[in-house]
Design a protein around this ligand. Structure first.
Ligand code: HMG
Ligand code: MG
Length: 302
């Protein structure tokens, strides 16, 4: 049967906002995070400690963490943040943060475009980050991008993804998030990739899935992963998101759409669907354009 309970890893404030061209005020971002936590989301990825020139929208990462630190209702140290290199780790450690995520690429071209490193060089960049973070007692997640297809290289072989994922786990990451960065995956491909990880000896508990909805397959892909035993699902409130360094990447799977399916299946999340939907309506209003989320549209909120 399906897992009884799953964890939703909310990425709206990070993946959702990183692609927004208009700068969102830091106070609004803090409100977004607070609302998501109040809706019962157990993990809210807050921001990225990357080079501000590469992702200007998240240049206020330290200010955002500072605002959240002032809030007695929020354990800001438990919010994961993206960290590509040692400079990013230093910035996160200075703020007392306890959870980071490194983000690798399954393909050569995207490693170059997103990290200014070759496929091999990315591991050399991550190695000291993961080692130091672990020594400091931090939890380290590792993303793998372009797990299904790459805009420059086309279809990505399953074995290539498994090899990259294994190397990131071997560095000491506790969880891998398998990213369909440009949203081209389909459910059979998801099943095949998860089977390949299982065949390589990776426990399904160590895997999360991260779907973008470019071709409308994100929810079907999530179901395929659920059926394969995955218990951590990345999603973004309102279906916001995309990657500025991946041509044709669109929004993530909407958190409330995932919640609707899981609720119907009787899979527990501990998250309040209505509160997330209300937050998605609010953020669509803040950004000034309609949400791609099916739940938001179905409720006629806009
Ligand atoms: P680089 O230019 O090669 O960096 O960029 P560098 O190491 O050569 O350093 C150059 C300068 O940048 C130095 O300053 C560093 O101190 C500074 P200088 O000495 O010249 O004054 N610097 C930094 N400053 C602040 N914070 C830092 C930092 N690092 C260096 N962390 C780098 C390499 C990795 C930094 C750059 O490529 C970068 O920031 N990339 C981030 C790209 C990104 O954030 N992409 C989106 C997230 S990934 C994603 O969305 C996919 C995902 O959602 C999953 C999926 O969907 O597949 C996760
Ligand atoms: Mg993403």
């Amino acid at each position: 049967g399906l897992p009884e309970r799953v964890t939703i890893w909310e990425v709206g404030p990070r993946d959702g906002l990183q692609n927004e061209s208009g700068l969102v005020p830091t106070e609004v971002k803090a409100d977004f995070v607070r609302r998501l936590l109040a809706a019962g989301l157990p993990v809210v990825e807050a921001t990225s400690f990357v080079h501000p020139r590469w992702v200007p929208q998240l240049a206020d990462a330290a200010e955002l963490v500072g605002l959240l630190a002032d809030d007695p209702g929020v354990d800001h140290t438990a919010l994961p943040v993206l960290v590509p290199n040692e400079r990013g780790l230093d910035r996160a450690l200075e703020l007392g943060l306890r959870r980071i995520a490194v983000f690798g690429s399954a393909t050569e071209t995207f490693a170059q475009r997103n990290l200014n490193r070759s496929l091999d060089e990315q591991f050399a960049m991550f190695e000291p980050v993961v080692a130091r973070a672990r020594a400091e007692g931090l939890d380290v997640r590792a993303y793998v991008s372009m797990c299904f297809g790459d805009p420059w290289e086309g279809a990505v072989p399953v074995d290539q993804v498994v090899a990259v994922g294994r190397r990131l786990l071997d560095l000491g990451a506790s969880q891998l998030s398998l990213g369909d960065t440009i949203g081209v995956g389909t459910p059979g491909h998801v099943t095949a990739l998860l089977q390949a990880f299982a065949a390589a000896g990776t426990p399904v508990e160590d895997l999360a899935v991260h779907f973008h909805d470019t071709y409308g397959q994100a929810l079907a892909n999530a179901y395929a992963a659920l059926a394969a035993g995955v218990t951590t699902f990345d999603a973004s409130a309102g279906g916001l998101g995309g990657c500025p360094y991946a041509r044709s990447a669109t929004g993530n799977l909407a958190t409330e759409d995932l919640l609707w399916m899981l609720q119907g299946l009787g899979v527990e999340t501990g998250v309040d669907l209505d509160a997330v939907a209300a937050t998605s309506v609010w953020v669509a209003d803040v950004l000034g354009r309609p949400s791609p989320s099916a739940v938001v549209r179905a409720r006629g909120a806009q």
